[in-house]
Ligand binder design. Sequence first.
Ligand code: GLY
Length: 444
Amino acid sequence: MSNVLLIGNGAREHAIAEAILRSRHEPRLFSYMKSNNPGIASLSEKVVIGDYSNFENIKKFAKEWNIDFAIIGPEDPLDNGVVDFLQELNIPCVGPTKSLARLETSKSFTRDLVKKYNIPGNPKFETFSSMEGISDFLDGLEGIVIKPDGLTGGKGVRVQGDHFQTKEEALEYCREILAEHPLVIIDEKLEGEEFSLQCLCDGKTVVATPPVQDHKRRFVDDKGPNTGGMGSYSSEDHSLPFMSLDDVAEGLAITQKVAEAIFKETGEYYKGVMYGGFIITKNGVKLLEYNARFGDPEAMNTLPLLKTDFIDICNAIIEGTLGNIPIEFEKKATVCKYIVPKGYGLPEDHPDAKSTSSKIEVGDVGTAKLYYASVDKREDGLYMSTSRAIGVVGIADNLDAAEQIAEKAISAIKGPVAHRPDIGTGKLIEKRIRHMKEIKGVEG
Ligand code: GLY
């Protein structure tokens, strides 16, 4: 039997908790959350609510329940060094140390590593610690992407054409970043279709999970502001309709080389999830960024399909024996759509933007899976906050059927909610396929 400590309180961690409890090892789940997630709480033997930086609190909880190993869901505790802390207490972790979590927390670390070890995938990029040279570099780019070197909750990246238009605006944003951060990273903007490839890694072996496409924009047809992710889908053939299995293999090959480079660079094995955000361009697969954890919502697409015992996988990651176990996923399609409060993502001055603490009623959701994010279970029912509320996941033999399962379930959730009805539909997927053909210059 394993006593597992799960750190995190989102829908991603709800999916992780479910994968843990499906294990034949009959694990006991202990969850440390920033705020109570009733979905995770219902699966946990014991819950502590506390700050991710309160290591003494985490230690007390872990010692009290003789934790065998910990899984860290979000990036903040990884960046705080919770893995280093737990390892000092002889509690192994699925999740990288603070230094290796730089894969996500320092965009410059990753770009420089990929460059140094001649790994394919980097776009044209440069890192600056002052404004010197930025103007000249911008002149040589066809499109510009600007990022601060640090965690910004997905809100720091600005893309020319979406968030700003002119070179002057680009320079102004660089100035803003450098006033707060030591480095600014400027990438050439790439055109193509994006996919997420979450890879399991024990430091030596890297195993890809089925690729997923996320939808960051708030509104139908990819309109509106970027969000934490409004939903995502994956296909039954473990590719995506606009890409080939060769593209998946390319993403995996890059990630394998990066895992090797991390070891050469630091002498430490990366243990956890290497989630590559890739884009398929006319020049092949390029790396947008890495995250040092499962994706949210992407974890909700992949973990429910896992056929291999998740506790066996965690133990193999910790022991460095991932190469010894076959890791299998159901050949099913999945569509995840986030239920959000109506005001989510609206401009602050919009009358609906401030909707808080609204009650929702969940009726018969059929075979769909529900993963709670930011919801509060009170005596009289379920309440939303201002963030994403519930990930609704349809799983079926094909995308159409999975999308319908998700939509039917969503129609049974009543209250001041919104979602993106277009995610996973044939119409949107056709658009992605057409876009990819245009990018690659293919007729028809
Ligand atoms: N899907 C975006 C993220 O997990 O960061």
